[in-house]
Write a protein that binds this ligand. Structure first.
Ligand code: URA
Length: 215
């Protein structure tokens, strides 16, 4: 009879002091809890201020991030930077990370094409995200896209229906979900792009307003 082993988890890689971001980053570099470590060039850990009021969570690193070892530095990251700026949020004062820390891709000719992480991979990686949240303790957590929202808020969250309003959460006083900026890159007509970009900025303005109230 085949013995079914439980899926592995990053929990066994956590450092002794799991609220030390530098120790977390070092430990995550050697994580082999799911098969994605064999695909990605390196672990792409979160980046930003330990005292950030805002944490932004994406899905997983893309091609550019996998090479740079930094989150949101490719085309989706450029769009995110623009939207944050327009909403009055300084990215340098945020902490930016992903639900999954390795790039999952499939080959298409010479290109590496994004492939969505599965439930097992998201779960295996979750201890890193939870540890980052506990280490930074942001006032506002922003989930970019369905995978980030599922990892932080839960599987019932629907971006189309639930975006742009704060939901109760154990992880931060204010938690909100919105679209992933890469969705804008997939839209073909300019008008839809303009409208959806505007909605993203509107959602991020909520975050700006909460921060402004606290200041
Ligand atoms: N998409 C993500 O979700 N995260 C990144 O870091 C880049 C693209």
């Amino acid at each position: 009879m085949a013995i079914k082993l439980p899926p592995d988890s990053a929990a066994r890689f956590l450092p002794e002091n799991p609220t030390d971001l530098a120790a977390l980053r070092d430990a995550a570099a050697g994580c082999t809890a799911c098969p994605l470590h064999q695909l990605g060039t390196q672990t792409v850990f979160g980046e930003g201020s330990k005292r950030a009021d805002v944490m932004l969570v994406g899905e997983q690193p893309g091609d550019a991030e996998d090479i740079a070892g930094k989150p949101f530095v490719g085309p989706a990251g450029k769009l995110l930077d623009r939207a944050l700026k327009e909403a009055g949020i300084d990215r340098r004062k945020t902490y930016v990370t992903n639900a999954v820390k390795h790039f999952k891709w499939v080959p298409r000719g010479k290109r590496r094409i994004h492939s969505s992480p599965n439930t097992m991979e998201i779960r295996a990686c979750n201890p890193w995200l939870k540890a980052e949240i506990l280490a930074v303790r942001p006032r506002v957590l922003v989930c970019l896209g369905a995978i980030a929202a599922a990892a932080v808020i839960g599987p019932k969250f629907r971006v189309t229906k639930d975006r742009g309003r704060f939901v109760p959460s154990e992880f931060a006083p204010y938690v909100v979900g919105t679209i992933h900026p890469s969705m804008l890159l997939r839209l073909e007509d300019e008008e839809s792009k303009r409208i959806e970009y505007g909605r993203l900025v509107e959602d991020l303005r909520l975050v700006h307003d909460v921060l402004a109230q606290a200041a």
